[in-house]
Design a protein around this ligand. Structure first.
Ligand SMILES: [Mg+2]
Length: 364
């Protein structure tokens, strides 16, 4: 797995930048941006990103900004953050003046060449900063920009003045996986952010199946993209089965070592139809199905394929999955099941606390 990085600006991003001098040259000028400490602490605790400070400090070490004026506030900032579990793997400070046009000065990438290798997933890394040069740095690095500013910036994936919002956004990027699987029968691509907003883009060629997967993803709170093509001229079987396999495998990959998750989940909702779904992301697969459909097809999907889809998913996700439904309206019953599975997955994959693997065996 390639490493991901948050390249974080200092002044105006972690600590307040004095409006006129722009120089934090004494301890009494040290003030943190609201919620920077707690948000960075949450991000650091999840261990999904390397944290790197990238800062321009104009003329540091010259008469205009003596070292002795710089370090007290810098050290106090780092100590405060370290005491909250925020440790930077690198602190990169360019000391040049703008007119020198140094390649090390942001938005130049001269200090960051060691990150521009195969070892790092820059495309899914971020620069967090408060200036256009930070947005430009992200572009030059091939990563994405998060901008702390009042007005939207088209070069940034997020513009906000709130560190809490940054934390939520970064959180949505964690536990992400992509998986593609091609056989002689089907070709399926899945992209999944487990902690998302329920934004789904589904295209399987089967309208009713798309609708069901949308419900599942939305209720799970996933950001989910599935595109599937297959031998629908034979029938729907291979495609639906293989989407189940791919979705389960992608969830499994996104969960990584399965640490700090709720592991269990169940719910029981909806109109006259009552669906019950219980799940245990246990590392072992088992499947219990207690649902009878009286129609052969709902839309373009054979009802017998619901069972097969979830069985495939439980096998590739390696979870115990128990599903039952009662009701009158066949469409409602199918919807209830897919929504319920989404809700059950949501609580089962939810990060509960930094508790390691939630098993007395120590492995899931
Ligand atoms: Mg700044």
């Amino acid at each position: 797995m390639k490493k991901r990085v948050l390249f974080i600006d200092r002044d105006g991003t972690i600590i307040v930048e004095p409006p006129v001098t722009k120089q934090i040259d004494s301890l009494d000028k040290l003030e943190f941006i609201p919620y920077a400490i707690s948000s960075l602490a949450s991000i650091a605790q999840r261990k999904e990103f390397e944290l790197v400070i990238v800062s321009n400090q104009d003329g540091l070490g010259t008469a205009s900004f003596p070292e002795a004026d710089f370090w007290p506030a810098q050290n106090a900032m780092l100590t405060t953050l370290r005491n909250e579990g925020v440790v930077f793997s690198d602190i990169l400070i360019d000391r040049s003046f703008p007119e020198e046009n140094q390649p090390t000065r942001k938005p130049g990438t001269g200090m960051l060449t060691r990150y521009m290798t195969e070892e790092y997933d820059l495309e899914r890394s971020f620069v967090i900063g408060d200036r256009e040069t930070d947005v430009q740095l992200a572009k030059n690095l091939g990563c994405k920009a998060i901008l702390i500013a009042p007005d939207a910036n088209p070069g940034a994936v997020l513009t906000t003045t709130s560190w809490k919002e940054i934390e939520a956004f970064v959180y949505a990027q964690t536990r992400y996986a992509e998986y593609a699987r091609t056989t002689k029968e089907t070709s399926i691509e899945c992209k999944l952010g487990l902690y998302g907003t329920g934004t789904c883009t589904i295209a399987t060629g089967l309208g009713f199946f798309d609708h069901m997967l949308n419900l599942l993803g939305a209720h799970a709170g996933f950001n989910l993209t599935i595109s599937a093509t297959g031998d629908l001229y034979v029938d729907e079987h291979h495609l639906i089965e293989d989407v189940g396999i791919v979705l389960g495998e992608t969830i499994s990959r996104a969960l990584k070592d399965r640490s700090s998750i709720g592991r269990f989940g169940f719910v029981l909702p909806m109109d006259e139809a009552l669906a019950q779904v219980a799940i245990d992301i246990s590392g072992r697969s088992d499947f219990v199905w207690n649902a009878t459909f009286h129609r052969e097809m709902i839309g373009d999907v054979p009802t017998e394929m619901f069972k097969h889809f979830f069985k495939s998913l439980s096998e590739s996700l390696r979870c115990a999955l128990h599903i039952s439904v009662e009701g009158e309206n066949e469409h409602h019953k199918a919807e209830a099941i897919f929504k319920c599975v989404g809700r059950a997955l949501r609580s089962a994959v939810a990060r509960v606390r930094d508790q390691g693997i939630p098993s007395t065996k120590g492995v899931l």
